[in-house]
Design a binder for this molecule. Structure first.
Ligand SMILES: Cc1cc2nc3c(=O)[nH]c(=O)nc-3n(C[C@H](O)[C@H](O)[C@H](O)COP(=O)(O)O)c2cc1C
Length: 331
């Protein structure tokens, strides 16, 4: 049975990748992911704020100006919040690379162009097989237009492509006014892959304690649908690779993602819930499903439900919305 795929120029035996998360913070767990058959691993992110803080601390050291440093960094989360500092990150990457033979993808996470992106080069030197740039923009500044936010992302991608030899994928949020247009622009500017989509971690309100609170809830398969739509729209149109992240829990989720047009599926919540060994089950279930449904090749399945091939492509369009609203029946 052919489960093979290519992602960011890498040939992979199948499309199940361990997505960016704490899963590979420990070498043991990284090895367990490899043993369970992960096709590749994405490391947790190093954040723009961490790098900029460190770069400012270096400048303070050179200029001896403590006051302006304290003021400038007062809005950055304190370094203790982060599991890995910038230097530790590259060391950790090197150790993971030595511990496993599968491709290791490093992750940078930020939302503005700047010198901090040069860390991508350090990750490349640390042995990363590819880089994932996670652009998580809160987009709450009323002075900043959508076009400006998009332009900043394009500039970031161009900067990384200028300095790096390894492939660069961009992990995006679904909240762009014209998502497909923007994604195609990134593809044209040289992004080697797109990862759909960031989950948005909204703050909640504790009405008793009068606090704005946060809680990290893991996903379930219902979150996949937004990703399927995004991938189905892009698959026939982009040159680069496509990855799904968000809501991949079962073999059928992998099948759906592939049919929409994804080259790989990144899995996090299901592995945090069930342990790295769960990957073995997903792979076994995928083979059983394909056998029962008379598929022998995942590459042949890829994109057969994209907007250009699906028997009912308008299901991805406004027609779907209207039909949904009309379909409600009281039980
Ligand atoms: C505990 C935790 C930590 C995460 N850390 C990162 C991270 O550092 N960088 C990143 O790009 N995504 C991070 N993510 C997001 C995941 O990579 C993934 O996109 C998201 O969880 C959706 O996939 P899932 O439905 O399989 O969980 C994290 C998710 C979880 C649950």
């Amino acid at each position: 049975m052919d489960l093979s795929t290519t992602y960011l120029g890498m040939s992979l035996p199948h499309p199940m990748v361990a997505g960016a998360s704490p899963l590979s913070d420990e070498l043991d767990t990284a090895r367990q992911l490899e043993d369970a058959g992960a096709a590749a691993i994405v490391l947790r992110s190093l954040f723009e704020e961490q790098i900029v803080r460190e770069q400012m601390a270096d400048m303070r050291y050179q200029d001896g100006n403590d006051e302006s440093f304290a003021e400038a960094t007062s809005y950055f989360p304190s370094p203790e919040l982060f599991v890995l500092g910038p230097d530790e990150y590259v060391n950790h990457l090197r150790r993971v690379k030595e511990a496993v033979r599968i491709p290791v993808i490093a992750s940078l996470n930020g939302c503005t162009p700047g010198g901090w992106l040069s860390y991508g080069k350090l990750m490349e030197q640390g042995g990363a097989d590819a880089l994932e740039l996670n652009v998580y923009h809160a987009a709450l500044d009323p002075e900043m237009s959508g076009a400006e936010i998009e332009l900043e992302t394009v500039v970031m991608v161009c900067e990384l492509k200028r300095i790096m030899k390894i492939s660069v994928a961009v992990k995006l949020s679904p909240f762009f006014t014209s998502f497909a247009h923007f994604a195609l622009q990134l593809d044209r500017e040289g992004a080697d892959g797109l990862v759909l989509f960031n989950r948005f971690y909204e703050a909640d309100i504790d009405v008793q304690e009068l606090q704005v609170t946060r809680a990290l809830h893991l996903s379930d398969s219902s979150e996949l649908l937004l990703r399927l739509r995004g991938i189905a729209a892009l698959a026939p149109r982009v040159k680069g690779s496509l990855a799904v992240t968000g809501g991949v829990h079962t073999a059928v989720d992998v099948v759906k993602s592939t049919m929409a047009g994804a080259h790989v599926t990144q899995i996090v919540s299901a592995l945090l819930l069930n342990g790295p060994g769960y990957l073995r089950k997903v792979r076994r279930d995928l083979e059983v499903w394909m056998d029962e449904n008379e598929w022998s090749s995942l590459p042949e399945m890829r994109g057969n439900m994209g907007v250009d091939k699906a028997p009912n492509p308008n299901a991805y369009e406004r027609a779907n919305y209207m039909m949904m609203l009309q379909s409600w029946e009281e039980a």
